[in-house]
Design a binder for this molecule. Structure first.
Ligand code: ZN
Length: 265
């Protein structure tokens, strides 16, 4: 049984009415950590000895076929197809080609990588924190989110706007405080809201409630929930707290289990 089947089994066990598979779709060649706390066997296995990783080609047809098999096998579960596109504003043609292969119900746009300041390729936040000031990394991340939202119309949900917070170097920089970046967060949220997109509440780490409040204040109309599970046991982790927080900030579920949560006030 493949991991998509196991994920469906888990979703049924949890009593979830719907599940969306947002498979990673990456085109940015980036440098991964080959040692230290953020090194991953999976990623280093795909990378050169120096850590340079060229994402493998995404098999859109195979993926959509696997979705259909899951739908046949789990008729009581609403199964959404989807992708999480990394940096689609840098790879418009490649992103469009994949989306043209079939129906993708939920398309997330995400920013994982930033260019290194010395022009030496791209890394995720941990590699950025090693080379520049922590506040500069977050500011640069949020500025690039604006370019992502303005530079691509291929996606409808902005994934994990708090991605660099996962790796925030607390020992050197102290606890993460979103208010130190209020202007930058608000600007990125406003641009996202004005583009008509939804905000993903990723539960990999809890989203700071202040950021959700700013989303509402800046005109955000919808939210969605993502557990960034990567394995069946992690599906829907943190959803109880995340949905409570969304309700407290004026968002409610739609009539269908696969709807985004919409703003009610
Ligand atoms: Zn992501």
């Amino acid at each position: 049984m493949g991991s998509m089947h196991r994920s469906c089994v888990r979703a049924v066990d949890l009593g979830l009415p719907a599940i969306a598979f947002t498979e990673h779709l990456d085109h940015t060649v980036w440098t991964v950590a080959v040692e230290g706390p953020f090194a991953s066997d999976y990623l280093t296995g795909l990378a050169t000895p120096e850590g340079r990783l060229t994402p493998p080609r995404f098999d859109a047809y195979g993926y959509l076929e696997a979705i259909e098999e899951c739908r046949d096998r789990f008729p009581g579960l609403r199964i959404l197809s989807g992708v999480e596109m990394g940096e689609p504003h840098w790879h418009a043609a490649a992103a469009a080609e994949v989306l043209g292969a079939g129906r993708f119900d939920r398309v997330l746009g995400s920013l994982h990588c930033l260019p290194l300041p010395d022009g030496d390729g791209f890394t995720e936040p941990p590699g950025q924190y090693e080379r520049r000031e922590a506040v500069e990394v977050v500011r640069e991340y949020l500025a690039e989110v604006v370019r992502l939202v303005e530079g691509s119309d291929a996606f409808s949900v902005l994934a994990h706007i708090d991605y660099p917070v996962r790796y925030w170097p607390q020992q050197e920089a102290g606890p993460f405080d979103p208010s130190a970046f209020e202007d930058e967060f608000r600007h990125a949220l406003r641009v996202t809201a004005q583009s008509g997109r939804a905000l993903e509440i990723s539960t990999r780490i809890p989203l700071h409630a202040t950021i959700l409040r700013w989303w509402h204040e800046e005109g955000g109309d919808a939210v969605t929930f993502g557990s960034d599970a990567h394995e069946p046991l992690a599906i829907a982790r943190g959803f109880r707290e995340a949905t409570q927080m969304a309700r407290a900030h004026g968002f409610r579920p739609g009539p269908n289990p696969y709807d985004l949560w919409a703003r009610v006030n």
